[in-house]
Design a protein around this ligand. Structure first.
Ligand code: GUN
Ligand code: ZN
Length: 446
């Protein structure tokens, strides 16, 4: 429980630097038989079990995972909880998919009971997949945000979420106005940002669904609330990019729209970024804006292939975090997402290593969100959000892992063959909220 001490024993892995710009053997700490000690929800010590067990305070509750790999909880940098009911909807690309499936589904979130039920299911699936923090789009209705944060708070989760702002090019029932959207967003920021572990993201859906006036006020709102996030979408689909050119003819390109309206900077996260020009990457780098890479979504909607090499170019690297982008994305599991990221990389001639993939869902994602001093690593002082992977979660994995010769082999097999069956347990602030042995039941904090 949060107030007491708990110790997890098993293999422990946490990154200390980026495997994109440090040699592989210097960027992580690995204890084959380690102990993570947690007190009052915070990691207080990580070290070899044999040594640390000698000095373990007597009242400490010990959870031993002889076949488990303990890691910081997975972080999902871009996801839509209100699209849970339309995952795997057939046959469309972005704009038709939004019109045919997404907008009808999002209209149901003006009802608190529906919104809480779906939020609870969404968070349960996230935890079953080992994801402990997500940057979440709610819908245009403030109720959808209230519902999400209430459910997140009941689990004591560090989640980022916000109300979608959109005042054009969507069904009437989903439109706000420039003034109502910023007034409602400000009220939600005042109520939720920094309450417990909740964090707020100002969430203009994407440039096509906001008027110039709404874009202007949205940028001002974000600038007036330091510490909050801003999340949106950029350069996902070729038709979408043409549309943005028509709607904003005076702007240089898609990224320039957000730049012009003061929506880029630290803690701004843009989903996708598949078809960006060199000058757009440069602006993202200069402003410290992050891209959320969403491989299952990009493949599902036929949007395109993310270019790791260009995004990470050494002269102007852009911060990248891994993301599911449900409901265009097709899996809650960041393991599955890593596997698809690997395949996307392969098609572009870039072979993402297992260390790089796991970094993008832990410390790298935390860096993209500017939360790398709080979550994404297992070291003394970090919040104790953790996943315990079961390396033998399926018969095939058990069979194949027997041949692994290094931690890199172990991780690569886990990301290529793993899914929610590979999650043994998930901890939020030291509290085991999900335990595979107990089935789908979640342990609520309050
Ligand atoms: N662009 C604008 N809205 C959305 C959305 O809900 N999902 C995806 N994948 N792209 C978007
Ligand atoms: Zn999205």
């Amino acid at each position: 429980m949060t107030g007491n001490s708990v110790a997890l024993r098993g293999a422990v892995l946490s990154f200390t630097a980026s495997p994109f710009d440090s040699p592989a053997d210097t960027c992580f700490r690995y204890e084959p038989d380690g102990l993570v000690l947690v007190t009052e929800g915070v990691v207080t010590d990580v070290g070899p079990a044999a040594e640390r067990l000698q000095t373990l305070p007597e009242e400490t509750e010990l959870h031993h995972y002889p076949h488990g790999l303990i890691m910081p909880g997975m972080i999902d940098c871009h996801v839509h909880y209100a699209q849970t009911d339309i995952i795997a909807s057939y046959g469309k690309q972005l704009i038709d998919w939004l019109n045919n499936y997404t907008y009808p589904a999002e209209q149901r979130f003006s009802d608190m009971e529906t919104a809480r039920r779906i939020a609870r299911f969404f968070l349960g699936e996230s935890l079953r997949s080992g994801t402990t923090t997500s940057a979440v789009f709610c819908t245009v209705d403030a109720v959808s945000v209230e519902a999400f944060f209430l459910e997140s708070e009941a689990l004591n989760m560090r989640n980022i979420a916000g109300k979608v702002l959109m005042d054009r090019n969507a069904p009437k029932a989903l439109l706000d106005t420039p003034q109502s959207s910023v007034d409602e967003s400000q009220a939600l920021i005042d109520r939720w940002h920094g309450r417990g572990r909740a964090m707020y993201a100002v969430s203009p859906r994407f440039a096509p669904t906001s008027s110039a006036e709404q874009m202007e006020l949205t940028g001002q709102l974000w600038q007036a609330n330091p510490g909050t996030f801003l999340q949106s979408h950029v350069s996902e689909n070729l038709g979408e990019i043409e549309w943005v050119k028509e709607l904003y003819p005076e702007r240089l390109n898609y990224v320039d729209v957000y730049h012009h309206y003061g929506q880029l900077g630290e803690r701004a996260i843009l989903g996708h970024g598949l078809h960006l020009s060199e000058s757009e990457f440069q602006v993202l780098h200069d402003t410290g804006t992050a891209i959320a890479h969403c491989p299952t979504s990009n493949l599902f909607l036929g949007s395109g292939l993310f270019d790791f090499e260009r995004a990470l170019a050494a002269h102007r690297p852009v911060r990248i975090g891994l993301a599911t982008d449900l409901g265009a994305g097709t899996s809650f599991s960041q393991l599955v997402t890593m596997s698809e990221a690997y395949k996307v990389g392969q098609l572009g001639g870039y072979s993402l290593s297992a260390l790089q993939a796991f970094f993008l869902a832990t410390r790298g994602a935390a860096e993209a969100l500017y939360l790398d001093d709080v979550i994404g690593s297992l070291e003394a002082g970090y919040e104790a959000d953790m996943v315990v992977f079961d390396l033998a979660g399926t018969a095939l994995l058990e069979h194949r892992q027997a041949q692994a010769e290094s931690i890199e082999d172990v991780l690569f097999l886990l990301m290529m063959l793993g899914d929610d069956r590979s999650v043994e347990a998930t901890y939020i602030a030291g509290n085991r909220v999900y335990n595979k042995a107990d089935g789908a039941t979640l342990q609520y904090a309050v």
